[in-house]
Design a protein. Structure first.
Length: 186
């Protein structure tokens, strides 16, 4: 007998894809973003990231280090990253489900990376991101989680389908951790 779930009726029965997003800044605190050439998020600016290689047993931290190097040339180790969020998005862009691990990169990048097959890079202040062409779920979910929880941890789930506003439910939240203050601020 199948257990009852809280999955909304009409949600496509698809496997979850696992991915990472890495919030990388330069020495001036500007965020490195990539304007994606491919789906998902085609023609939108997004943090660096990519899909986890599940067949090889890659962990989210290993994936973040690999993706940062492949896309930007920035060499990271796990201690350069702070996992601040985990997001479960159902029916994203109507074609799949995503489980995303959100990382704040503690190591700054020194220069703008060259353009790659996935897209072109740019640096943005946090204020510029608010008016940039970013995915709707990044605007309503991902960046607000970064703003309020980058020094702690939050897990949430979102139902994204049909172009409607995502329904979000908080799963768990932890208090701020031991990370050093940024510029004297917590």
């Amino acid at each position: 007998m199948k257990e009852k779930t809280d999955t909304p009726a009409g949600t496509p029965q698809l496997p979850f894809k696992i991915s990472v997003l890495i919030f990388i800044r330069d020495g001036n605190g500007k965020f490195l973003m990539i304007r994606r050439r491919k789906a998902p998020n085609k023609n939108c600016w997004s943090p660096v990231g990519g899909k986890l290689e599940t067949a090889s047993g890659e962990s989210p931290f290993e994936c973040a280090c690999r993706e940062a190097f492949e896309e930007t040339g920035l060499r990271l180790v796990a201690s350069d990253l702070h996992l601040f969020g985990m997001v479960s998005e159902r029916s994203y862009e109507g074609s799949g489900h995503w489980l995303m691990f959100l990382f704040d990169c503690l190591k700054p990048i020194e220069a703008l990376p060259p353009e790659i097959d996935e897209g072109q890079f740019g640096f943005f202040s946090r204020e510029e991101i608010d008016s940039a062409a970013i995915p709707p779920s990044d605007r309503t979910l991902v960046w607000p989680v970064y703003d309020s929880h980058r020094r702690s941890f939050l897990a949430y789930r979102a139902q994204c389908g049909n172009g409607d506003a995502a329904r979000v439910e908080e799963e768990s939240m932890l208090a701020p951790n031991f990370l050093p203050a940024e510029n004297g601020k917590n």
